[in-house]
Design a protein around this ligand. Structure first.
Ligand code: E4P
Length: 294
């Protein structure tokens, strides 16, 4: 075990148990894992099947997902394994909950990932009332994070919210500002929602998440291995985050908004085009593994 580890819990973003084993062996401090439909579609055994022309039925896909998370589950620590329900815009809260209940029974350390949509938040609300741990994914605005807070009040276990940093950076906005703003807003709350910095692409993202003090951060194997090879650095007192994209262009700041956390969750504006695009991408990656229904 590493003596001087960050307070932020470290999760691997991926869908391959061999990769989890390799990264855990290398780092010795993997607290958890996040999976999503894209990573499951990229799983090497899944790819072998698809390359051999063997697409799956929805039931086989679900069994494959279960097999993957059951292998990952014992390899990681107490931040658990996030498992994402299938959701498109027509999926109801009850349908998401039904999937969530089944997935939660797969492993003892599951967190169920619901999208930051009205149906996803309703499913999350019903889930926490049933003792199902949740992670709200595809969060791109402070208002969405306020809704996550309000929808899950009273949860017995910490609720995760996943702001996607890299996808905001990709379109010229400073994704780390969103993380900072959510943490600042949650300082007015009861602490039941933990911020899981997601869609991290570079070492600076990781260090900035540590310096902001997010409770969790998830990163792909390549980035975690780069961090390990650099000696597991942590930000020093003089750390200053450079909000620039890969070609050195300045990212646009995302201003902080004063948002009251004590409203009904349905009253917050949940719309964000990147949430919609994220859903479309997950649906398409999920469907790429399926054979057409007979
Ligand atoms: C988080 O849970 C997601 O799986 C992930 O961080 C998405 O990252 P991406 O934007 O690199 O796809």
């Amino acid at each position: 075990m590493v003596a001087d580890r960050p307070r932020t819990k470290i999760l691997l973003d991926g869908g391959d148990p061999d990769e989890t084993l390799r990264v855990q062996t290398h780092l010795e401090l993997l607290d958890g894992q996040t999976t999503n439909p894209t990573y499951i579609a990229k799983n090497p055994e899944m790819q072998t099947k698809l390359a051999a022309g063997r697409k799956l039925s929805t039931q086989e896909q679900l069994e494959e997902y279960r097999r993957i998370v059951q292998q990952i589950s014992p390899l990681v620590g107490d931040a658990g394994v996030s498992i994402e329900v299938f959701a498109d815009y027509s999926t109801t809260a009850e349908e998401m909950l039904q999937q969530g209940e089944e997935m939660f029974s797969w492993i003892p350390n599951a967190y169920i990932k619901y999208p930051c949509l009205p149906a996803g938040l309703r499913a999350a609300q019903m889930s926490v009332r049933r003792g199902i741990r949740v992670n709200i994914t595809l969060c791109f605005s402070q208002e969405q994070a306020a809704a996550v807070y309000a929808a899950t009040l009273g949860a017995a276990d910490p609720v995760y919210v996943s702001p996607f940093v890299g996808r905001l950076d990709d379109r010229g906005q400073n994704g780390m500002d969103l993380v900072w703003n959510i943490k600042k807003m949650y300082a007015h709350g009861d602490g039941h929602v933990h911020v899981l910095a997601a869609s991290l692409r570079r070492l600076d993202h990781l260090l900035c998440a540590f310096s902001i003090g997010t409770e969790l951060a998830t990163a792909p194997a390549k980035l975690l291995e780069q961090w390990a090879d650099a000696g597991l650095p942590q930000p020093d007192a003089g750390f200053s985050y450079q909000a620039v994209d890969s070609s050195g262009r300045q990212l646009q700041p995302i201003p902080y908004k004063d948002i009251d956390l004590n409203r009904r969750w349905e009253s917050y504006d949940l719309r964000h085009d990147l949430t919609a695009q994220g859903i479309e991408r997950f649906v398409s990656d999920y469907q790429s593994t399926l054979r057409p229904a007979a």
